[in-house]
Design a protein around this ligand. Structure first.
Ligand code: IMP
Ligand code: MG
Length: 329
């Protein structure tokens, strides 16, 4: 078995969907597995000139690759079927391609109602926190107990370990700054968002080849804590970067890139390949700023900032790629 992992190095919304979509085109993967989170995630994917926003379903489906919602995920069946319909309506063939691990957990109506009342964390109100809590207090419902999901259930051990030439792309949700252990607790999500979480979905560590770390040239965060500094420039960043939640439509708070966070995320995740998305947004606001060691650094242009980033990771042998928002790859 071989596997690559995609992780987000900031607060989600860095463009993992774009990277997954790009990597799937190579045709080398036999499976794409989502390894954490639920429909709190929103992946925006451009496929054959159309925009799709998926919450549960991995991007592999766009390329006819078997796509599995792994046991580290929580699933809202209603949302799952809604998404299946959305894909079918958009002309995507889902037949025999989409599966849910039998041991993934279910987001129930009660979870949704409870999370709907949240005012402390600024959750997406999609029931994630209560569903994970019930999973860990051993009060949860597994997907295998839900009749209407029976056509989609899969035993992920059988699937990954008893098939030939398995090559998995693991697709993460949320990001390092939202990780239950590494994020700014309690302003975090309820699942593990690091590359380690992929291993919890049935793949041995020896199988991992590449870990793709995805970041943005600036930072965004959605939630209850104050994140965005004062200054009109950050509102401009939001406007130019179209920084509104794919799941909730909430305006994302914006700030310059915090290199200390990105560096920590690179090390903890074991990133081998690094993608920085949205380089053209900083060009449009005509500012290239970042924080390192608590200081604000100002670059004269995008090329200097890119060189600085590349130099920062050179000693770790990490390959770096820069991508423009307007390039639909
Ligand atoms: P929850 O995951 O809905 O419980 O929300 C916890 C925190 O994570 C909130 O600040 C959410 O806005 C944030 N969050 C959850 N999922 C995503 C995501 O996919 N992208 C960005 N932020 C997210
Ligand atoms: Mg998102």
């Amino acid at each position: 078995m071989q596997a690559d992992i995609i992780v987000d190095l900031q607060y989600g919304d860095c463009g993992k969907g774009k990277v997954t979509h790009h990597l799937c085109k190579s045709g080398e993967y036999t499976h794409v597995v989502r390894y954490n989170g639920g429909c709190n995630a929103g992946h925006t994917i451009y496929h054959n000139g159309k925009e799709f926003i998926t919450h549960h379903i991995p991007a592999g489906v766009f390329f006819g690759i078997k796509s599995i919602i792994g046991p580290g995920c929580v699933v809202n069946p209603k949302q799952f079927f809604k998404e299946m319909q959305m894909l079918k309506d958009g002309g995507i063939d889902t037949e025999g391609l989409i599966y849910i691990a039998k041991n993934a957990h279910i987001i129930t109506g009660d979870h949704l109602a409870e999370d709907g009342k949240d005012s402390k964390i600024g959750t997406t109100k999609r029931g994630n926190g209560p569903a994970y809590r019930d999973k860990y207090s051993r009060d949860g419902l597994r997907a295998e107990t839900v009749d209407e999901l029976s056509d989609y259930l899969i035993d992920i051990y059988d699937e990954l370990h008893n098939s030939e030439n398995v090559n998995v792309l693991f697709e993460g949700a949320q990001g390092f700054g939202l990780d239950i252990d590494w994020g700014d607790y309690p302003y975090v999500t309820s699942s593990h968002c690091t590359s380690a979480a992929a291993l919890l979905n049935g793949v041995p560590p020896q199988a991992i080849r590449k870990v793709w770390g995805v970041a943005k040239m600036y930072e965004t965060y959605v939630g209850a804590k104050k994140f965005q500094p004062d200054g009109e420039i950050f509102n401009m960043l939001r406007k130019v970067g179209k920084e509104y939640g794919a799941t909730t439509g909430r305006p994302r708070q914006c700030n310059w890139m915090d290199w200390d966070l990105v560096e920590k995320a690179i090390k903890v995740n074991g990133v081998t390949d690094l993608v920085f998305n949205k380089v053209d947004i900083l060009e449009q606001v005509n500012k290239w700023n970042a924080y390192k060691g608590g200081n604000e650094i100002k670059f004269e242009n995008g090329e200097l900032m890119q060189k600085w980033i590349t130099d920062n990771v050179a000693s770790d042998g990490v390959r770096v790629y820069f991508s423009r928002d307007k390039d639909r790859i």
